[in-house]
Design a protein around this ligand. Sequence first.
Ligand SMILES: Nc1nc2c(c(=O)[nH]1)N[C@H]1C(S)=C(S)[C@@H](COP(=O)(O)O)O[C@H]1N2
Ligand SMILES: [Mo]
Length: 370
Amino acid sequence: MSAVLPRPGVAQSDKHPEMIVRTAEPFNAGPPPRLLGRQWLTPTDLFFVRNHGTVPELDAAAYRLTVRGGQGGPLSLSLADLRRLPRQTVAAVVQCAGNRRREMLALRDIPGEVPWDLEAISQGEWGGVSLGHVLELAGIRPGAAHVAFTGLDEVERRGRRFGFGASIPLDKALGPEVLLADEMNGAPLTPLHGAPLRLVVPGAIGARSVKWLGEITLQAEPSDNYFQAVAYQHFPPDVDATTVVEGAGRMLDELFVSAAICVPEAGAVLPAGPVTVSGYAVGQGGRLVERIEVSADGGQTWTEAALRGVHRQWAWQLWSATVQLAPGRQTLVARAIDSGGYTQPADVGETWNYKGYMNNAWHRVEVQVG
Ligand SMILES: Nc1nc2c(c(=O)[nH]1)N[C@H]1C(S)=C(S)[C@@H](COP(=O)(O)O)O[C@H]1N2
Ligand SMILES: [Mo]
């Protein structure tokens, strides 16, 4: 087993000085919106970080990935073993299910959760080996329907310490886009992002992309890890912390279609007349974003945005639009439709839930004009 030597505060220093730190320990931070939407691949020092516990410092030479539940018994793979397999890269967005929670908690409080604005999302180019390939090496037996993952970090919940975990259905796990990644943006994965090895599940909520990956298990049922079986579940707006039946929600899975405005930022003071609005959009489950529309009058009239940069499945879509601003307090709004015909709810109240997940309501930014 590889050594876990937690060093509190490790690696925060390799982040950009302008990162918005939501919590210092565990470290949760994201870039200011104006730096986020600037480039198609988020530079590693600006890439958002979502941690639930320690950042383990793992010894790469001693590291072993264990794969259980295969036909041939457990597999133990070193990084060198993994690096002998065919390599591939995928550009994929990682978005936390809690992205844009702040708009939800403005409506009704959501205690104990990270108050992310629109910065709990970033896009990386991930390099590594196909998860499906490793599962085939382990031997997929009939009856396996889910693949569970456990991290080597230590999270404390309800008096117990355990590794963050998740699972995905076997058919998703066999998709060619799902990677065991040891590289990010052309360089070795950094400690904050899961070194030496993490899972990347394009199109799924960020919580499924387990960092510091220790174990993979082929099994019949979804993972019983707290972060799969209890947290990251979706409940209707009328359920709250006092009425919830734990574990009875819908297990979150695919990302929802959404568009967000990075520039101008909320509260900006702008002259009347033309303004260029820009941001990012993602499709449902990583689908292509087909159309993005922007309104400069709170959603009464809409202008189609130009799609900027690369247009590719699993990636986010950058966009910009020029709209006319009238004097006064104005609300800029953005919304998207994807290749599956998925659209966004207009109002955050329709999608509010007591954990503050999956806010994909039309994104509104208030600015002062003139
Ligand atoms: N082991 C482990 N993996 C993890 C987490 C964690 O706390 N521990 N957080 C998850 C969540 S909720 C998200 S959104 C993504 C964030 O990935 P990033 O920090 O590289 O941006 O990592 C996921 N993988
Ligand atoms: Mo997340």
